[in-house]
Design a protein around this ligand. Sequence first.
Ligand SMILES: [Zn+2]
Length: 374
Amino acid sequence: MMIQMKKLVFIFCMTITALSYSQTSDSIENIIIITTDGLRWQEVFKGMDTLIASDNRYNQKQEKELFETYWAASAAERREKLLPFIWSVIEAQGQLYGNRDCKSNVNVTNKYWFSYPGYSEMFCGYADKKVNSNAYTFNPNTNLFEFMNTQKGFEGKVAAFGAWEVFDKILNEPRSKIPVVSGGDSCGMPEPDTVESAINKSKKETPNPEALGKEEYGDMFTYQASKHYVEKHKPRVIFIGYGETDVWAHWSQYASYLNAAHQFDQWMNDLWQYIQNDPVYKNKTLLFISTDHGRGYKENEWTNHNRRTKGSNQIWFGVMGPGVTAKGEVKNSKTLYQKQFAETWAEFLNLHFVCDHKVAKGFKPVLTDTSKKK
Ligand SMILES: [Zn+2]
């Protein structure tokens, strides 16, 4: 009975939110881009994979707990247990692409199918063949964020946060002149406030788990530092890049992989609650979420991603904000590409991303199209 009541109140609140949303004008002033590295579309759209979860190569003896937490009979229920914010709020108010079972394909264009080329394609709007390694040097290609930082009204209002230290190179921090707080970087430099000092201190003093290696730090630090930056500086464009989904998949730890995905969803919810209660952001902000690459299909290939592993080029994205039509899970869509994201973000800010390399066409008109599907 109580649960029924709660459900009703929840549905009522959701309806109110949806109504107030549709009444706002089509005006986006800020963009929040959040990625979680290498999270497969399979888990995003179908939730926990029961074959992988019951395979003792991957469950680290947590099978019972995994099933209790994330299992349900249908894919729709499973995905909502894993990613409740995506499958309540974004599904109700925005759009989700990439469920290949419903003929919605989102692909990377680059031929490498791992992180540096993926993020570079996403941020530069261009798949540069020369960008072919995670150990690649400072990215020679101009990215959207440094372009935005030179546009009127956006100067000093663009920032990037990432768990992986390589974001400094992907976004070419020395050249782009936007703050890129990634890996072991301290936040709030050169004069951190008390909150930033506390984050920096705990990052320094927390031993990095072996799985993360030297280039990657726990997602919690990225979450805390980026949230504080939003509250303190109110950036108009911010990128937040989480990494633990990819780390745990490479270590064949399905439970940790799912928990990292669930945490990414919860942090997104927390940030969105703040956004929709802050006058600078409320009803003026686009949320765009995605990933840099896919992973293998098969039970013994989900841990991996590369050119030879089928499925590694398959990604997904979700989007919501004023002007984005509430379509939920999109079916039978035209194939969309990672290289189109950058110009799409620019389009939402009424800008056109121009630089010294080619930039793929955006697809804002697809997201704002209000006509009914045939
Ligand atoms: Zn990886």
